[in-house]
Write a protein of this length. Structure first.
Ligand SMILES: [Zn+2]
Length: 334
């Protein structure tokens, strides 16, 4: 089987494929447009001499189309996985992973197999654990037969690399590279870019590490944050609504004061990377709505320590102050 587990060969194939498709479909359309649509619009009389001037370029067009078709058909066969799978999705995924792994100290065969799986559109869920482990990225490991030594190593890795998570697999439109959470740029009319469109209905069955629908890496940070708060004697809880659906956000938006809730499709709650926290007093009561860092110490601790857990409270100084709303500290749109 012919393969192209090589970024240069894949790039070449990818562009070649689209050039051929362009030649076969777009060039004839351009020819038709220039020579005939314009004529119809301008009502130019078609006579023999006029047609003659158009015949020569037609030969070129036909030659290009026929040659492109022949080449396309030769390449587009089931043995040539490289050409067949050179789709925008696979190409982008391969590129992203290739450059991410480039120069990293990682077993060559593992790296090749990982890239090969992307190329052949096979699942990388098992290999990605090994790959991320090799590049010292935190991953949950559910293999219970690990040796003690390996466990210790893993713990070291978590300590060293906490806040440098990398997982290019998309979860609810979000992926993470070196601790930065990437979510889609909102494009009006394109539902796929809206938040709250892909909330899991059964998070744990759908690969989430929590039953609320929070992004796995955001949840891990939140959980550590809340655990450490407890170690320090403070009680904080996270909202059980880990992923807010588009319809719910629309409801909030239409029923709350203007400026209070994000416009539908924009809220980070819908990507599972925001949470509304509840802060408690030492007697177990909830801190009242009118509160501050001094009279609600658990909130005071949260606001001053969040950054250590890769978290931020971006709405502390907003016109509608939300001292409970927490997000990842590093995030970006893609
Ligand atoms: Zn919120």
């Amino acid at each position: 089987m012919f393969t192209c587990n090589n970024i240069y060969l894949l790039s070449f194939t990818y562009y070649l494929k689209y050039i051929l498709i362009f030649n076969i479909i777009i060039i004839p359309l351009i020819y038709l447009y220039i020579n005939f649509v314009k004529i119809i619009k301008k009502k130019i009389k078609i006579n023999k001499s006029y047609l003659k001037t158009k015949i020569k370029p037609l030969y070129y067009v036909i030659t290009i189309v026929v040659l492109s078709l022949i080449l396309h058909n030769m390449l587009n066969n089931s043995h040539n996985i490289c050409y067949i799978n050179a789709t925008p999705n696979i190409y982008q995924e391969y590129r992203k992973s290739f450059y991410f792994l480039e120069g990293k100290d990682i077993d060559k065969e593992l790296k090749n197999n990982y890239l090969e799986n992307i190329l052949t559109n096979k699942s990388n869920s098992t290999l990605s654990k090994l790959v991320y482990k090799e590049v010292n990225i935190i991953i949950e490991n559910d293999n219970e037969e690990e040796t003690q030594e390996a466990n210790e190593k893993k713990e070291e890795v978590i300590e060293d690399n906490f806040l440098h998570e990398t997982d290019t697999n998309i979860q609810n439109s979000v992926y993470v590279i070196d601790g930065v959470f990437y979510y889609p740029t909102y494009i009006y009319g394109n539902n796929n870019t809206y938040s709250g469109m892909f909330c899991p209905s059964n998070p744990e069955a759908e690969g989430f590490n929590n039953s609320y629908g929070y992004n796995n890496y955001f949840y891990t940070r939140l959980q550590r944050f809340i655990d450490d708060a407890r170690q320090n004697g403070y009680t904080i809880t996270m909202s059980t609504q880990g992923c807010r659906r588009y319809s719910t956000q629309s409801y909030y938006y239409s029923t709350m004061d203007s400026g209070r809730a994000a416009a539908p499709g924009h809220s980070l709650h819908g990507f599972g990377i925001a949470s509304d926290l509840e802060f408690y007093q030492s007697d177990g009561s909830v801190c009242p709505y009118y509160r501050n860092d001094a009279n609600c110490p658990s909130m005071g601790w949260a606001h001053s320590n969040a950054y250590k857990y890769g978290l931020a409270f971006p709405l502390l100084n907003a016109s509608y102050k939300e001292d409970w709303h927490v997000e990842p500290i590093n995030k970006n749109k893609y």
